[in-house]
Design a protein around this ligand. Structure first.
Ligand code: NAD
Length: 539
């Protein structure tokens, strides 16, 4: 049986899963430290299992259901600060009853919320945007603590959350209906109506940005939402709930349920949830897509990635090397848009050398944060070792990186391998760390063949000074997001974010205009008021 650190809360269970049960309004965390010990996940609480554990400064995070904090009786998992390895909080691994309580709260809130004109709903988002700006430094600090990102990256994530909220603020202008006189005296009108109660399941790598891919658009379009954040980074979600409430969002429109697999499966199975977005690894994205659609829900599930950057001999060396190094090492390589494989076409040794110089300038603990967990660090380092043993050349080695003063942190230094072959695991699988595998290609067509072989299809990029080469690649790359001299080709609003192949399951994009289709249904109303128009084929 797999072992993981789990603890149980001693506080009695709150009876919030009964409809109408009262809930206390308290802080998002329990004030008193709980006891924790290393016990198997399936073991029930026993006094002997309550070995002393160090107190977590953030206590135990709580669900946010129906406008109140709720402390579920669920097994607890430790939340680590990746920069130090210290336990900073405990997160409940909730299940069916907690998801059901959130769905009931959302169902209670839905009729009044969806009945508001969108122009009124959007006022909450305008105020929320100001609150994000007001609290940007505190929100940044929280992400630095729970995720480990360096402050500049954490701040950029909040700035992106602000931009996503701004896009939602434009919904009254763009999510409009249509009306047309389809025959004499007969009018057809299409309007957008919300889907209902919806859920958003998030990964660890962007504790604020990825939830904001879905929250503002879904709620401004009239839905009520349940967010299931990653159990690795559960704290920011509580602040999102608090700020939305401060902005005036009615109770129950936005709810947070913590947990892992059990909570996700409960979301997939709950008959009260009409639509689910998922962002995470491909294996889980497939499972969520299958289970959610089998339960007749609308599902958009974004998965993992393996992004290829094609570097041509004519690429501008300075811009290319800094872009490639920033793409592979930014957010410690824990981005679904990170450069993972560099396809160096023809004589590109000088550019390779500059990429290594640029990557060497990235300093762990200063300009490079840790990876999310000890397991992630070990997994990433294994990929590097295995590739080295298979014949790759390690040009820059970030294994065994220790940051002075943060010896317990989960750091992997920027790593560059050359002469990786397309068959090596490091060239095929998602590594999700600050590691660049350089594969040499004899021609552009060979590079494109290697890119096309990957089942993932999130991003691809080409670095060249020739417009014709750029166009050639853009037309052939098998990825949903293509960069030309851009290492992280994230489409910004109003354009939508979404990959192809094993990087996305379902129809459409998760952000931008495309998200309007996902979060709404269309009602088509055909009307005839003009009696003089007589009878036509419809009447
Ligand atoms: P993950 O798949 O482990 O977890 C994602 C979510 O699923 C979490 O909320 C987690 O609690 C839940 N979960 C985990 N295991 C589960 C299981 N067996 N059954 C049901 N639910 C489960 O992903 P992660 O490690 O948190 O995030 C990193 C992954 O997310 C990478 O693969 C990355 O490429 C991907 N990602 C993709 C995009 C995109 O836009 N395509 C964006 C960000 C991250």
């Amino acid at each position: 049986m797999p072992w993981r650190s789990v603890s149980f809360e001693i506080a009695p269970r709150m009876a919030y899963d009964a409809p109408g049960a009262s809930r206390e309004r308290v802080a998002p965390f329990t004030a008193t430290p709980t006891t924790a010990t290393r016990i198997p996940m399936s073991t029930t609480l026993s006094p002997s299992a309550r070995a002393a554990a160090p107190p977590a400064p953030h206590g135990t995070v709580r669900n946010y259901i129906g406008g109140a904090w709720a402390a579920p009786q669920a097994p607890l998992a430790d939340v680590y600060a990746p920069a130090t390895g210290a336990v900073i909080a405990r997160v409940p691994l909730c299940g069916t009853a907690d998801v059901d309580a959130a769905v009931q709260a959302a169902e209670r809130a839905l009729p009044a919320w969806r009945a508001l004109p969108i122009k009124e709903r959007v006022q909450v988002l305008f105020r929320y945007r100001s609150l994000l700006e007001r609290d940007i430094e505190a929100l940044t600090a929280l992400i630095v603590e729970e995720h480990g990102k360096i402050p500049a990256e954490a701040r950029a994530e909040i700035q992106k959350a602000i931009e996503l909220t701004e896009f939602a603020c434009s919904m009254p202008q763009i999510a409009t209906g249509e009306v047309l006189e389809v025959s004499k005296g007969v009018e057809c009108r299409i309007e957008r109506v919300p889907v209902g109660v919806v859920a958003s399941i998030a990964p660890f790598n962007f504790p604020s940005m990825v939830p904001h891919w879905t929250i503002p658009n879904a709620i401004v379009l009239g839905n009520c939402m349940i967010l299931k954040p990653s159990e690795h980074v559960p704290i920011s979600a509580g602040r999102i709930a608090e700020l939305l409430t401060e902005a005036g969002l009615p109770a129950g429109v936005f709810n947070v349920v913590h947990g892992g697999r059990e909570a996700v499966e409960a979301i997939c199975d709950h008959p009260g949830i009409a639509a689910i977005t998922f962002v995470g690894s491909t294996r889980v994205a497939q499972a969520v897509y299958r289970r959610g659609t089998a339960n007749l829900k609308r599902v958009l599930a974004l998965g993992g990635a393996k992004n290829h950057l094609i570097v041509m001999p004519d690429a501008e060396p300075e811009m290319t090397s800094s872009n490639v190094a920033a793409s592979m090492s930014g957010c410690s390589g824990q981005r679904c848009m990170a450069a993972s494989v560099m396809l160096a076409v023809g004589p590109t040794d000088a550019i390779v050398a500059r990429v290594v110089d640029a990557a060497r300038a990235v300093v762990a603990g200063e300009s490079l944060g840790p990876v999310i967990s000890r397991e992630a660090k070990e997994r990433i380092e294994r990929y590097v070792t295995e590739a080295e043993e298979a014949g790759a050349t390690v040009l820059l080695d970030g294994r065994n990186t220790v940051v002075p003063g943060k010896e317990g942190g989960f750091y992997v230094g920027a790593t560059v391998l050359d002469h990786v072959t397309p068959e090596m695991r490091i060239a095929e699988e998602e590594v999700f760390g600050p590691v660049l595998a350089i594969v040499r290609a004899k021609s552009l067509d060979q590079a494109l063949e290697i890119e096309a072989r990957s089942p993932f299809g999130n991003a691809a990029a080409v670095f060249t000074e020739r417009g014709a080469t750029a166009r050639y690649v853009a037309e052939r790359a098998t990825a949903g997001m293509v960069g030309v001299n851009v290492g992280v080709p994230v489409p910004r609003e109003p354009f939508g974010f979404g990959g192809w192949g094993d990087s996305a399951f379902g129809v459409g994009d998760i952000t931008g205009r495309g998200s309007i289709e996902f979060w709404t249904r269309t009602r088509k109303t055909t009307t005839k008021w003009n009696r003089e128009a007589g009878t036509n084929w419809m009447s």
